[in-house]
Design a protein around this ligand. Structure first.
Ligand SMILES: [Zn+2]
Length: 104
């Protein structure tokens, strides 16, 4: 008798994911992220991370909230890859470089 470890069966078969989209879990929620090869882009987008333009031919990614059932194309955001990865660091908070916080 050999001891077997019981596998945890996931409920249901793994759903085949059409396209290169994948789900990413972040502290600010779940996002569907799709890699966008530079060759496939023909428009200029604006990256919400750095507020710079993503010119055609630039590899980037498209992200939209995973919990959005009816997410329109307008809800999708085009990001530089680095900006997407670092977006939580930048955040809305304004850091004061090298300065002590004012106390009054
Ligand atoms: Zn950017």
């Amino acid at each position: 008798m050999s001891p077997r470890r019981t596998r945890r069966e996931r409920s249901g078969p793994p759903a085949p994911v059409p396209g290169p989209e994948r789900l990413e879990s972040w502290p600010d929620g779940d996002w569907v992220v799709r890699q966008q090869p530079g060759a496939g882009t023909a428009k200029t987008y604006r990256c919400p991370g750095c507020d710079q333009e993503i010119r055609p031919g630039t590899p980037h990614l498209v992200a939209w909230p995973a919990d959005g059932v009816n997410v329109g194309i307008d809800e999708r955001r085009h990001w530089h890859r680095a900006c997407w990865q670092n977006r939580l660091r930048r955040g809305p908070q304004r850091g004061v470089p090298g300065g002590s916080p004012p106390r009054g």
